[in-house]
Structures are given as C-alpha cells and as structure tokens.
Design a binder for this molecule. Structure first.
Ligand code: NDP
Length: 269
C-alpha cells in the first residue's frame, strides 16, 4: 500500500478519502488515503517527513494551497499561474513537484459531465480568491470569447487581470454590474455560500440558456444556486463534480490511471 493524504485546517469535512478509496477500489490500485489536520506552522515539516517516509502524494486544501506551491521545487504551468497547488508528489530526481488540478476538474465537469461548451462563450467568474486563480488557466485554455471577473475587493480582480494580461484580456468589475447582455456561463468562485450569503448580483448577468456553477458543494442548493434558479438559469449545479474530477486528475498524476468519475459522482450524490 502506498500512503496518500489530504491536508488542510480544518479537514474533518473532507470527502477526499471517500473519493480516493472509491477510485482505488475501482482501479485495483494499492492506495491508502487519509485526511490529516495540519496547521500552517506544521506544514513544511509535515510535507518533508511525509515524503521522506515513502508517502506517494498529498492533496492540499484550504488554507495551505499557496504555501504548498511555494514549498515545491517544480510546478506545472497552471500551478505557477494560480500561485497555488493542490497536488504534491516527489517526481524525477527526487524533486518535490506541484500541480493545481482544480481548473482541469471544473472544465472536465462542465464539458464531459454537464455538456457545457466553454469555447467562444462569455464566462463570468465571481470571486478573485485562490479558487478563481486556480480555475482561470483551464478556462482560458478552452478559448472562451471573453472572461469577466467580479469581486467584492476590486483590487484583487485587477491584480489577476494584470498577471494574466499577456495570456488573456480579462475584464473586471464590481459585484453588482448590470450588463446589457448576460453571460453564457456564470461561476461562483466566492466563499459566500459557506456563510449562507449571496453576493449582490444583478439578474442581468444571466442570459437565456445560461449555465450557473457554484464551486461550493452541499447537500442543499446554495444561496447562489437558488438565486440562479429564480432568475431563469437553464443549468444550475454545485461543485461536487469538480471535487471528484480534480481528485481524478491527482490520481492520474500519482498512479498513471484515470478512474471513472461518473459512478463516483453518482455514489456521492
Ligand atoms: P478564498 O478565501 O481564497 O477567496 C474567497 C473569495 O470569496 C474572495 O474573492 C472573497 O472576496 C469572496 N467572498 C467571500 N465572502 C463573500 C461575500 N459574502 N460576498 C462576496 N464575496 C465574498 O476562497 P477560495 O477561492 O479558495 O474558495 C472559494 C469557494 O470555492 C469555497 O466555497 C470553496 O469551498 C470552493 N472550492 C471548491 C472546490 C471544488 O472542488 N468544488 C475546490 C476549491 C474551492 P474578497 O476578495 O473581497 O475578500
């Protein structure tokens, strides 16, 4: 058995051990996966000791993704753009390597599971935190027509706009913009749903046929999902599919096998 874990603080809520145990069962890979609470001050030592003891890989969740990226000696392009990592492993020449699979997970859920095309569509990302940074490289890779980022603290959206300026011309604005034409895809990448809150969004952001995606997942529709349904969005979903898909990307990096995700998403639902 090779040992894997997800680390974060808090971590008790994590569904990753269940997801990876279903992947291991399905693929026959000899994987043991647990969740471990690791505080910020413990992180660097924990990562070093985990891999020194033969650990196969780590998933990293809130609030450690930026520090995990900084600890790595090699990072994928998408992790470098995001400045955050959710997947660590020891690669060639014993180098601590990092990737960020959040964006690939979101795009795969949208395209493969939900049938949503991103190419040539207008995309609105609400939020400019770690997950917004993590998903942008993969969204840009799908060649959308345009991407707009709205955030409560506008300077954070403007900072992302600046960092991505050579890659894609991002628009930014406040949360309550009321555009003449709505967006094809609206992604809530804020943490507002965790607190049961809804950003001050205007119904005009929703086009006819709009797909609305809340990165947060929950047993019940989130406030953003309820709002999107009430304002006529055609497709409204939470981030459970993304959670499973980003886990599958990590599993592929570590084990070289892509598990089937549809049955795992169905089992979790
Ligand atoms: P961060 O803390 O990095 O960023 C939080 C963002 O939310 C900021 O843009 C912040 O705005 C904004 N925000 C917080 N509260 C409010 C509010 N009440 N109204 C408006 N804006 C608000 O968090 P993450 O980006 O890491 O996570 C965001 C969400 O994504 C979480 O719900 C998380 O669970 C989910 N997630 C889901 C994943 C999945 O696999 N499904 C993977 C990763 C994340 P400001 O800058 O002004 O503070």
């Amino acid at each position: 058995m090779t040992r894997y874990a997800v680390i974060g603080d808090p971590i008790s809520h994590s569904k990753s051990p269940l997801i990876h145990s279903l992947f291991a069962e399905q693929t026959g890979e000899k994987v043991e996966y647990e969740k471990i609470r690791v505080t910020e001050s413990e992180l660097a030592d924990f990562v070093r000791d985990f891999f020194a003891a033969g650990g196969g890989g780590l998933n990293v969740t809130l609030p450690h993704k930026e520090i995990a990226f900084a600890l790595a000696e090699h990072a994928s392009d998408r992790a470098r753009l995001a400045k955050a990592a959710n997947t660590l492993w020891v690669g060639e020449n014993q180098i601590l390597s990092a990737d960020n699979t959040d964006g690939a997970g979101l795009v795969r859920d949208l395209k493969h599971n939900l049938g949503v095309t991103i190419q040539d569509r207008s995309v609105l990302v609400i939020g400019a935190g770690g997950s917004a940074r993590g998903i942008l490289p993969s969204i840009i890779g799908e060649k959308p027509e345009k991407i707009t980022i709205l955030n409560r603290t506008q300077s954070r959206a403007q900072q992302i706009q600046l960092e991505y300026s050579s890659l894609f011309p991002l628009d930014t604005g406040p949360l309550d913009i009321s555009p003449a034409i709505g967006f094809d895809i609206v992604i809530n990448a804020t943490s507002s749903s965790i607190a049961g809150e809804l950003p001050p969004l205007q119904p005009a952001i929703i086009s006819a046929g709009c797909s609305c995606y809340d990165l947060m997942y929950s047993d019940h529709p989130t406030p953003f999902m309820q709002w999107a349904v009430n304002h006529g969005a055609e497709l409204v979903v939470d981030g459970l599919g993304m959670l499973v898909e980003q886990a599958a990307e990590s599993f592929l990096i570590w084990r070289g096998v892509r598990p089937d995700t549809q049955c795992v998403i169905a089992a979790l639902r």
